[in-house]
Design a protein around this ligand. Structure first.
Ligand code: NAD
Length: 268
C-alpha cells in the first residue's frame, strides 16, 4: 500500500530522540525521505541507520546560521529542495541552571541560550525552509511550540517566552506565503506533558520518578502523559496535502490541559 507521504522529502530538527525521532519514524513509515538532524550525532546516525533506505542524518545546530547555510547547499544539490520542514529542536534550560527559570533569579546566559535555540533556531528554520520548499513548488512548515507558548508557567520563564514567540512567528510566515503566493503553509503544534528525555531532569529517577509522574498525571484531563507518537500524528496531518486549507493555526496536543480548569470542589 502506498504511504501517505510517498515522494515527499522532510527535514526534522532535533530528531535524534524524543518527539523529533517519533516524527521522523512516522514520516519514513509513510513513505517520506527523511533528513534527521541534531547536535547528537551518534544518536541521530543510529536512528537514520535503523530506518535504512530513505533516511539520512545531517549534523545541525539550529542556533547557528552558518550550519543552516552549509545544509542549504546539501538540500539543494542532493535533494532538490524540501516538501516539509519540522522545526522541533528545543531545550528547556532546566539543565543549565541549578533551579528553574524564575523571573526574579533568571540567569541571563541561560535565558539567552534558550532563546537562541528555540526561537532563533526556529526563525532560521523558517528562513531556509521557505527557500527549500519554494524549489519544490510548495509544502508545509511545522513549528513545535508548547503549551507554555500559550500560558505562562512559573519557573520556566525563558522557555515559555521562546515558545510564545515561536507561536507568533508562525503567523507572519503563514501570511508571507499568502502575500507572495507561495504554496507554503506554516502551523504550530503545542504539546504538553509528553514523556521524553526532556522530562528526565524534572522527574528524577526510580521511585521518585514514579511518584512525580503520578502526581503530574493527576492534573492532566486525559489522566496520562502523552507519547511522542501522539505529537507525530499531529505533525503528519499538518504535513500532508490533506490539510491544504490550514495555515497559521495552533494545534494543541496536551491531553486536554488547556481546555479548562477543574471547577468541582473536593469532597471529604
Ligand atoms: P528532547 O530533549 O527529548 O529532544 C530534543 C532534541 O533536540 C534532542 O535530540 C536534542 O539533542 C535536540 N537539540 C537540542 N538543542 C539543539 C540544537 N541547538 N540544535 C539541534 N538540535 C538540538 O525533547 P522533546 O520532548 O522530544 O522535545 C521536542 C520539542 O517538543 C521541543 O521543541 C520541546 O520544547 C517541545 N515540547 C515538548 C514537550 C514535552 O512534554 N516533551 C512539551 C511541549 C513542547
Amino acid at each position: 500500500m502506498q504511504g501517505r507521504m510517498e515522494g515527499k522529502k522532510a527535514l526534522i530538527t532535533g530528531a535524534a530522540r524524543g518527539i523529533g525521532e517519533a516524527i521522523a519514524r512516522l514520516f519514513h513509515r509513510e513513505g517520506a525521505i527523511v533528513i534527521i538532524s541534531d547536535i547528537l550525532e551518534n544518536q541521530g546516525r543510529l536512528v537514520a541507520d535503523d530506518l535504512g533506505e530513505g533516511a539520512y542524518f545531517c549534523s545541525l545546530n539550529v542556533k547557528n546560521e552558518g550550519e543552516w547555510k552549509i545544509l542549504s547547499e546539501k538540500i539543494t544539490l542532493d535533494f532538490g529542495g524540501l516538501d516539509v520542514l519540522v522545526n522541533n529542536a528545543g531545550i528547556t534550560g532546566f539543565m543549565e541552571t541549578t533551579g528553574l527559570h524564575n523571573v526574579e533569579d533568571v540567569d541571563f546566559a541561560s535565558w539567552q541560550e534558550v532563546i537562541d535555540v528555540n526561537l532563533n533556531g526556529t526563525m532560521l528554520g523558517c528562513k531556509y525552509g521557505i527557500r527549500w520548499i519554494k524549489r519544490k513548488g510548495g509544502g508545509s512548515i511545522i513549528n513545535i511550540s508548547s503549551r507554555s507558548g500559550i500560558v505562562g508557567i512559573p519557573g520556566v520563564a525563558a522557555y515559555a517566552a521562546s515558545k510564545a514567540a515561536i507561536r507568533n512567528h508562525t503567523k507572519p510566515v503563514a501570511l508571507y506565503r499568502a502575500e507572495n503566493r507561495y504554496q507554503i503553509r506554516c502551523n504550530s503544534i503545542h504539546p504538553a506533558a509528553v514523556l521524553t528525555p526532556m522530562w528526565d531532569s524534572v522527574l528524577g529517577e526510580g521511585k521518585e520518578r514514579d511518584t512525580a509522574i503520578l502526581s503530574i498525571e493527576k492534573g492532566i484531563p486525559l489522566g496520562k502523559f502523552g507519547r511522542p507518537q501522539d505529537v507525530a500524528y499531529a505533525a503528519l496531518f499538518l504535513a500532508l496535502d490533506e490539510s491544504p486549507y490550514i495555515t497559521g493555526t495552533e494545534l494543541h496536543v496536551d491531553g486536554g490541559i488547556l481546555a479548562g480548569a477543574e471547577a468541582r470542589p473536593e469532597r471529604h
